[in-house]
Design a protein around this ligand. Structure first.
Ligand code: URA
Length: 254
């Protein structure tokens, strides 16, 4: 993908500074394009052939960025909030300003969130039509058993909501403490879905962590840390939204 951009926009997109601020840097001769000082904020820069530097440091242009963050409890899955910190605050410097979280986790849920500005991919990953799996590990009050596993597999009903079949994989039960730990895999993303499903089998959630989103695995990424996805991970995300032998579902499936 290539598109010619104004030089002030290039710098603004990739540094988070305003266009006014990047225009000022350009006029102060702090910016070069292909090693030549450029003083015109409107200079047309082509990412395919231009190397842009600010104070001698290269600022590569990336149309799309993809990060994984490990959201801690207490941080909002939002792009901005006046009072509380958001997942945007977890990203390292140099990220695009237009990144957003592809899907939300509750404020007390921890774990994997994909941050991107690739709207089409995010839409596909979140649409129930593509059946992209999300895996969570939950600790719950109560003892999970085979009956709960069957209820998840049949599709939990909670009030007037019917959830799609899900996989419950019990990891451990603590009879003396009266708690259990389990993996749950769902492909929908309904409001408070996992908490409502456990509530429906009489085992309210104590802690919830998302460990996988489609082919992405949280792995050993530390809490509050963020990292760019590898090329392989980005390709795997694209591949999993090409499933079911068709490139795009019918509009009425979305
Ligand atoms: N299900 C929930 O109940 N909460 C989350 O944050 C994610 C899935």
């Amino acid at each position: 993908m290539s598109e010619i951009l104004r030089l002030d926009r290039w710098l603004s997109d990739m540094t988070g500074l305003s266009r006014k601020e990047t225009g000022r840097l350009i006029r102060k001769k702090r910016v070069t394009v292909n090693r030549e000082i450029i003083r015109d904020a409107a200079f047309p820069a082509d990412p395919a052939v231009c190397t842009v530097m600010l104070d001698g440091k290269e600022i590569p242009y990336e149309f799309f960025q993809y990060y994984m963050v490990n959201k801690p409890a207490g941080v909002l899955s939002a792009t901005e909030d006046r009072r509380r910190s958001t997942v945007m605050d977890l990203l390292p410097p140099g990220h695009r300003r237009d990144l957003f979280p592809a899907g939300r986790l509750d404020i007390d849920t921890t774990g994997l969130i994909l941050m991107t500005n690739d709207g089409q991919l995010a839409h596909r990953l979140l649409s129930p039509a593509w059946h992209v799996n999300k895996q969570y590990v939950a600790t719950v009050d109560g003892i999970l058993d085979g009956e709960a596993v069957r209820a998840f597999a049949d599709g939990i009903v909670s009030g007037d909501i019917q959830f799609a079949p899900a996989v419950l994989d019990i990891l451990e039960t603590d009879a003396s403490g009266g708690t259990s730990r389990a993996f749950v895999t769902i492909h929908e993303g309904k409001f408070h879905q996992v908490k409502k499903m456990f509530e429906a089998v009489g085992c309210p959630v104590k802690t919830l962590t998302r460990t996988a989103f489609g082919p992405l695995l949280l792995g050993d990424l530390a809490e509050s840390a963020a990292r760019k996805l590898t090329d392989g991970e980005i390709q795997a995300l694209r591949d999993c939204t090409q499933a079911h032998g068709k490139d795009y579902p019918d509009e009425n499936e979305i």
